[in-house]
Design a protein around this ligand. Structure first.
Ligand code: FE2
Length: 195
């Protein structure tokens, strides 16, 4: 599974310039939400984030971006702040996060990179994602797919869910341990990777 994930070498080759600019821009975005993330950080770091299946719609080489929103998208926006830590609660700066999801009709873009994007956690292991509320499709409640990889580490593939969504109970994959933490109109999430 790790082979089909974006390699850091490939990213540097393909997105080197973007990666540099991200280093300047993204921390400012995350920093503006730092207090939100810090206030809500789950102190229970000993429990690793559970993996879930990749599913059939993953595409490698997504663009680097913290916002997946495009003007044409009509779904309500959602924002996720969070961080990536290990089981000792140590932040993992530079961790790679690659998100993908369906649109409001429950359809994935398999020919392009709509609603797909990767980013790197900042120096404090924090990340920020802006996107739209994903739709449902047969058998599945709204969810975000994500791969997370610390520098040189194994890839965690999992899915995140909207808390208290009525479709969760009917979803064969739903795991309450992967429900985002609500913060008004925003959400918080902490990925816990092996130490
Ligand atoms: Fe899916």
């Amino acid at each position: 599974m790790q082979n089909d994930f974006i390699s850091r070498r490939h990213i540097l080759q393909r997105y080197g310039r973007l990666a540099i600019s991200f280093g300047l821009v993204a921390p400012a975005i995350v920093t503006s939400r730092k207090s939100l993330a810090q206030q809500s950080a789950n102190p229970l770091c000993e429990k690793q984030t559970p993996p879930q299946m990749q599913g059939p719609f993953y595409l490698p080489l997504s663009p680097e971006r913290v916002s997946l929103v495009e003007p044409k998208m009509k779904s309500p926006r959602m924002r996720v702040t969070g961080r990536v830590v290990d089981t000792a609660c140590r932040p993992l700066p530079g961790a790679l996060l690659d998100f993908w999801q369906c649109d409001e009709r429950g359809q994935y873009d398999t020919k392009g990179f709509s609603l797909r994007g990767h980013q790197f956690a900042n120096s404090k292991g924090e990340f920020f994602l802006e996107t739209v509320i994903p739709g449902s499709y047969p058998g599945r409640t709204p969810h975000l797919h994500v791969k997370v990889q610390r520098k040189g580490g194994q890839v965690l593939t999992t899915q995140l869910y909207l808390p208290n969504h009525p479709g969760n109970a009917q979803d064969f994959l739903f795991d309450p341990r992967l429900s985002l933490v609500s913060q008004g109109q925003d959400f918080f999430w902490q990925f816990v990777l092996p130490s």
